[in-house]
Design a protein around this ligand. Structure first.
Ligand code: ZN
Length: 125
């Protein structure tokens, strides 16, 4: 296998993923970020998790997140029940949380997310 160039198998995988991803995100119910939705925000990629307008055109979309990291497990990787639509901000946050293994879900008494990494907690008071 030559270095620097993706193998046809890798290209096939990417194309399969791109297709599956597009189909998933086009399905009703998958057109808004799950985590924004949990906070009552309907974000189709046009907003940031704090409700302000997304101004970065490169981030105006939703991404498919693996709820449980698949770690090259094919079955888990392609299991739609393990997929969720997220805005890029929430995708970054969940990725960080998974990597550092310190997920803080839920909200405090003031209604703010407990997670200090949540953008709501980055917003100037
Ligand atoms: Zn979101």
């Amino acid at each position: 296998m030559s270095a620097g160039r993706p193998s046809s198998r890798e290209r096939g995988y990417t194309m399969k993923w791109e297709k599956a991803r597009a189909v998933f995100l086009a399905q009703p119910g998958n057109q808004i970020c799950r985590r924004c939705q949990a906070h009552g925000l309907l974000n189709a990629g046009n907003l940031r998790p704090n409700g302000s307008l997304q101004t970065n055109p490169k981030r105006m979309h939703l991404v498919v997140d693996h709820i449980v990291p698949h770690k090259q497990d094919q079955k888990l990787s392609w299991d739609h029940a393990n997929w969720q639509p997220l805005c890029p901000d929430h995708h970054d946050i969940t990725k960080q949380q998974k990597e550092h293994g310190k997920v803080r879900s839920g909200t405090g008494l003031d209604g703010r997310p407990l997670d200090p990494a949540h953008p709501w907690n980055q917003r100037p008071a």
